[in-house]
Design a protein around this ligand. Sequence first.
Ligand code: IPE
Ligand code: IPE
Ligand code: MG
Length: 253
Amino acid sequence: MGIFDWAKGGKKPKAAQTDRPVPRHIAVIMDGNGRWAKKRGLPRQMGHKTGAETFRTIATYCRDIGVKYFTVYAFSTENWKRPQDEVDALMNLFRAYLTEAAETMVARGVAVRIIGDLSVLPDDLKQQIADVHALADTLGPDAATASLCINYGGRDEIKNAVRAIAREAAEGRLDPETITEDDISARLYTARMPDPDLIIRPSGEIRISNFLLWQSAYAEYYFTDVLWPDFSTADMDAAIDDFNRRNRRFGGV
Ligand code: IPE
Ligand code: IPE
Ligand code: MG
């Protein structure tokens, strides 16, 4: 069946919907991998592996429907508390994803960036990230961006920005009296991006868990009970449709 046959009465292909406005920046707290695995009697790692596949599917979908910035929370500054084998499995999933990103990023035209305190990551992972960022820099400013937050914490990020500002002030390069909100935004990991418009949290938890604290000041939140490994393009459509029905006032009337 040709792609236009549905218009003649055939079955409409499940193509990306492109005839509606989409948020410029969508962020997702990828939660529920462990419960997804537990429900199936599988080790938690299998939930993370399946969740990583979901990330690939949803990131591709976001690119196809015209979302310019897609940011996901993959590993928080608090997630180091987890058992070592789970942390190791997550680091290995990051390695696999970065290998793939390095091979496919230019062809896909999506700049992959890693956000967080990367200084404490294993050396090989740091090298992979540096390589991926160098490739991302070769894509033009119009390329879509997919950001993976690893060892990310909103408070940690703000603390680092405060340190940078304090350092510049102490060196006489910045006047404390003239510090603006933009000066703070410019020192966050997300400096090059607009604030998120829509933040999605699957898995039924209604909390932020230290994600994009500064940047989410006027974000719209969308919560769903679906566990991240089960999150589908239809779930993304539902979140976007919900977002499009909201009236964002930013404090106005
Ligand atoms: C999210 O899934 C992935 C990470 C936090 C790394 P979880 O592993 O938190 O899944 P649940 O919340 O235990 O179901
Ligand atoms: C938030 O999920 C962090 C990530 C998805 C990476 P958590 O599972 O760590 O959050 P809590 O512990 O339920 O708040
Ligand atoms: Mg969780």
